[in-house]
Design a protein. Sequence first.
Length: 289
Amino acid sequence: MAVTETTAAENSERARGSSGWAYALPALLLLLVFFVVPVVALLLRSVLEPEPGLGNYATLFGSSTYLRIFLNTFMVSAVVTALSVVIGFPVAWMLAIMPSRWASVVFAILLLSMWTNLLARTYAWMVLLQRTGVINKTLINLGLIDQPLALVNNLVGVTIGMTYIMLPFVILPLRGVIKAMDPAILQAASLCGATRWQCLTRVLIPLALPGIAAGALMVFVMSLGYFVTPALLGGTSNMMLAEMIAQFVQSLVNWGMGGAAAFVLLVVTLCIYGIQLRLFGAGRLGQGA
C-alpha cells in the first residue's frame, strides 16, 4: 500500500514537472528567437567579418578614439544615474507621503512626461539649452552670467537631457518601496533620539536600497545604449557608444566592428547586472522594481 502511494506521488510530481515545462516553453522559445539567436549571430559576425579572428576587438580597444567613446559613454551614464537617484529620491518620498489626491496629480504629470514622444522632448531641450534659449536668457537677466553658457553640442547637454528622461525610472520603483514602509519605523527611530539626518541616513535610505538599486540599474543600463538624446544634444564630437554602433552599421556598413562594439556593451551590461544581484539579491531587486 505504501509503495503504491509513493508511486502515485512520484507520478503526480512528474506530471506537474512536465506541465510546468509545457507552460514555460512559449516563453523559452520567445527568448531563444528574439535574444539568444540575435546575440549569437552578433558574436559570429564580430569574429568572422571582414575576416575570421579577433581583429575587430583589437581595433576597438587599441584605438584611442574608440576608447574615448567608451569613456564618454560610461562617464555620462554614471553621472546621469547619480543625478537621477539624487533628484528622484526626494520626489519619490514626496509622492509616498503627500495626500493621495495631490500624489495622483503629480503621478499623472510624471506619467505624461514618459508618454510624450522622446524626440519631441529632446528637441524641447535643444530649444531650452541653446545660447539664445530660455535658460541662458534667464541667467543673463538675473545677472548670474555675462555670456551665454555652452549647454548643447557637448556632454553637459547630453547629461541634462538624459537625466530628465531617466528620472521616472528611478522615481517609480523608489515610490513603491517607500510607500510600502511602515511609518512606525521612522517614528520609533525618532522616539529613540535619532535626529532627522540619522533617520534619513540610518533608517530610510537603508530600507529604500532595493528601490535605489533597481532604479539605478535600470537607468545605467538604459543610458549605456541610449541613442536619440546623445545624438541630438551631444553632436559628433561627443559621440557615445550607441551612436558609434549605428555609424558602423548604417554609414560604414561594417557589421564586424558594429557587432564587436555591441557585444562588448552587452557583456558589460550583464556584468553590472551580475554585480547588482550579488550585492542585493534577486528577491530584493524584485521588491524594488
